[in-house]
Design a protein around this ligand. Sequence first.
Ligand SMILES: *Cc1c(COP(=O)(O)O)cnc(C)c1O
Length: 394
Amino acid sequence: MEKFKVDKHGYYGKFGGAYIPEMLHKNIEELQNKYLDIIYAPAFQKEFHQLLKDYVGRPTPLYFAKRLSEKYATNIFLKREDLCHTGAHKVNNTIGQILLAQKLGKKRIIAETGAGQHGVATATVCALMNLPCVVYMGEVDIARQAPNVQRMKMLGAEVRPATSGSKTLKDATNEAMRDWIAHPEDTHYIIGSVVGPHPFPDMVARFQSIISEEIRWQLKEQTGSELPNYVIACVGGGSNAAGAFYHFLDDETVQLIAVEAAGEGIHSGKSAATTALGKPGVLHSSKTLFMQTDDGQVVEPHSISAGLDYPGIGPIHAHLFDVGRAKFLSATDEQALDAVLELSRLEGIIPALESAHAFAILSEIGVKKDDTVVINLSGRGDKDLDTYLKRIAL
Ligand SMILES: *Cc1c(COP(=O)(O)O)cnc(C)c1O
């Protein structure tokens, strides 16, 4: 029954665990011991679902995309996470974690961010709950993601530059860990994807699992069956995919398809296709697959979409790949850009660059006329308009 979910030691098969410094043992142990009791307490569930409804705007629609379906000669439904408050699925998780932080009595929130989407989702819930918020962000990312830095400041968060190493996401993650070690008592670290030490991957997957919970009843309402033939989602760390897959993991007739960013091509040296290029090792305090040199140093990833520009995947996805429960494909920058324009013109929906990767492989999976295909549209494209205007010939 639970062969695809986390075991009591925090592992998904060979992957997962909590490889943390001694100084964080108390915090992590507290979380491990308490998170399930806290998040499944009736009062917590009531508050969480109320906020998802009134603040985030859930349930998000499951939309039958008629023209896209005609083009691919099948039946395609879009799960509209792009319509969530702040423009993507990330807020499902930050709402859950801010409530958890309150129950733990924490008085201060820290987070790391690459593109700034998770930083914005965290700054948003900190404003909502009146908690001080520090977001670590690589200096390079601060320069290239200025609008999100401005949003975080507007929301009252402090954005602290990470100035070591490549000055990008992994350096911001190191800085956030360092901060947490220095302030273990009063601070909660809101991790933004299904990554990091146990219990974060499982906790984030549970908060995001609202996506597949809704898909099941929405499909039943529209087609008479809860089970599609395919669920497709893009994978950076893997939180939107974990949420879209979660309640289908044990229904093995449902084919789960994860799409990674191939960047300029899997073997171009500028890619983020972790399952094709990665090896097992410890990244961000958990055992998982990530792109590394022969001596285990992280290889800098590349993707045109900042949200997929991550050198690893969460341990749940390493496991789903390892046992073959999910199929992993990849799409290049160019394929994603083509998919952006196609969805814009066929359905009047401008997707986020990340989400476009999930659409880019539609012609590769052999869908049939009677199939039901669900694509998780993880976010909207407003944040990517500059890139679109530079890269797409209109
Ligand atoms: C952050 C982001 C992603 C990638 O993160 P996951 O944890 O893999 O979901 C995908 N889509 C959008 C719109 C994002 O903002």
